[in-house]
Write a protein that binds this ligand. Sequence first.
Ligand code: FMN
Length: 399
Amino acid sequence: MKRVLLIVSGGIAAFKALELIRLLRKAGLSVVCATTENAEQFVTPLSLQALSENKVYGALFSLTDESEMGHIQLSRSADLLVVVPATANILAKMAAGIADDLASTVLLATDKPVLVAPAMNVRMWLHPATQANMKTLAGRGVHIVGPDEGAMACNEFGPGRMAEPPAILAAISALLEPPVRPLLGRHVLVTSGPTHEPIDPVRYIANRSSGRQGHAIAAALVRLGARVTLVSGPVGVPDPAGADVVRVESAREMLDACQAALPADAAVFAAAVADWRVANATDSKIKKQPGAAAPALELVPNPDILATIAAAGPRRPQIVVGFAAETDDLLANAQSKLIRKNADFIVANDVSPETGIMGGTENAVHLIGPNGSEEWPRLAKDAVAQRLAERIAAALGQA
Ligand SMILES: Cc1cc2nc3c(=O)[nH]c(=O)nc-3n(C[C@H](O)[C@H](O)[C@H](O)COP(=O)(O)O)c2cc1C
C-alpha cells in the first residue's frame, strides 16, 4: 500500500484536508498526518486521526514520537509528501530551508517527492515574496496543484483558493502511479555529440562535447516508450540501447540526417554543432612544406539545425528543445535563443571551464520554456535526461 504523509498547515482550508483523507483512504492509500502548531487551530488532531486511522504527529520535540518514529524516518517512510493546505508561511519556510517545527523539518529532511496545494488570500498569493517562493520551489522540482481562482473565505475574489480535494487526489495519483510509458507510439529525434568539420582528409575542427548528455536523453526517452532516432557526431560513449543511431561527422551531414528522420513528435538538439566549417577544406592532405607559411583557414557559417527544424511548417515537430551552452549571460542568451530559433524549450547550461560540465558526468541547467525559466539543481546527466524526458512527455500530452 502506498503511503502519503499529509502535512496540514494553518490555513482556513485545513478543513478540506479531512475530505482529502477520506478520498485517499477510499483510493486504497495509507495516510499519516503531521500538523503545524497553527493547523490545530483550524482542524483537530482527533478528526485527522479518526479519518486517517493513524497517529497524528504534531510536535517536533516529543521524545515518545522520536523513539517510535523520528522525524527523519517519518519523512522517508512515505512515498509522497503532500502539504494541504500549504500556507504562505510554510511555502516561505520550504523555499528558505527553515526547519523550526516538525512539519518544516520533515519537508527539509525528505528525499521523496513533495506536492503542495497552496491556499491563501489573493493578496498573499500575489505578493512578490510568495510568487518568488513558488518559483524557487517549482525550480527545485516541488509539484504544485492549484490554487484555483474563486470566492474566498475572506470575502475577496481571485487566485489563492485551494484546489478541491478531487483535483488534489488526481495530482497525488499521477505522482504515485505515473503512466509508465507515456511516450509509447511517439517518435523523438535527438542529436548528440560534437561535429567534426574537416580541414583536409585527416584533420578537423571539433569541440569538447562528449555526447554524454544527448545520449542520456535518448536513453531516457527510450525508457519512457518513445521510438528514438539518435543522430550522433563522433563520440566515445556507447550507443543507448533501443535507439536507432545514425552516425554523422559534419554539421551538414547532421542536418541531412535530421531531415531524413522526420516526421517526429519531438526533437531534442543536444549536439554541440560547429557554428563554422572550413570553406577551403581540401580533398588531399595539406603537406607541410619546409619554409612555407602555415595555411590560412577560411571559415563559413554552418547551417543552423535547430532553427531549420524548428521553423514553422508541416514537418515541424510539436515540441522542439534546443540547448544553449554559454559561458556568459546564460539566461539572457538562452531566452533570446528560444525566441530567435522558434524553440519550445531551451536547456541552458553554463559551460565555463570551472564548472567541469563540458565532458563531465554532471550538469546544472536552467529549463527555459513558455512559462519562464526554472533552475534545476546540479544533477547527474542521467537525472537531467530523465527530468527532461518527463517534461517532453508532459508537453506532448498537453499538445
Ligand atoms: C482565521 C485565519 C485564517 C487564515 N488563513 C490562512 C490561509 O488560508 N492561508 C495562509 O497562508 N495563511 C492563513 N492564515 C495565517 C496563518 O495561520 C499564519 O501565517 C500562520 O503563521 C501559519 O502557520 P503555519 O504555516 O505554521 O501553519 C490565517 C490566519 C487566520 C487567523
